[in-house]
Design a binder for this molecule. Structure first.
Ligand code: FES
Length: 106
């Protein structure tokens, strides 16, 4: 069973298949979110979970400290939806866009 993800700003919606990370689902549906390591460490894919719940999966406490988890942030390379979600993340047109990007903090 998949879950619906609504990406803000922009109000784009797409489905994440069971076990798929938010980033994998976004990429599959043509939404390029900022990311780097892909293993829950660098924090470049960090964004807000505005509604819903995720399994933080392989997110490390280096990439996503406990206080940021508690504040509703997630690493979308590792966050697996466990309900329908509304998330907030900047979309990029290319990896060059990420050079001036500041990860959100709690
Ligand atoms: S891409 Fe590095 S923590 Fe997600």
């Amino acid at each position: 069973m998949g879950f619906r993800i609504t990406l803000q700003p922009g109000n784009h919606t797409f489905i994440a298949e069971a076990g798929e990370t938010s980033l994998e689902a976004a990429k599959k549906h043509g939404h390029n979110l900022p990311h780097g390591c892909g293993d829950g460490t660098c924090g470049m894919c960090k964004g807000n979970v505005l509604q819903g719940t995720v399994d933080h999966g392989k997110s490390t406490y280096i990439g996503l400290p406990a206080e940021e988890r508690d504040a509703g942030l997630a690493l979308f390379c590792s966050a697996i939806p466990t309900s329908d979600l509304v998330i907030e993340s900047r979309e990029t047109s290319s990896s060059w866009d990420m050079l001036d990007w500041d990860a959100p903090t709690g």
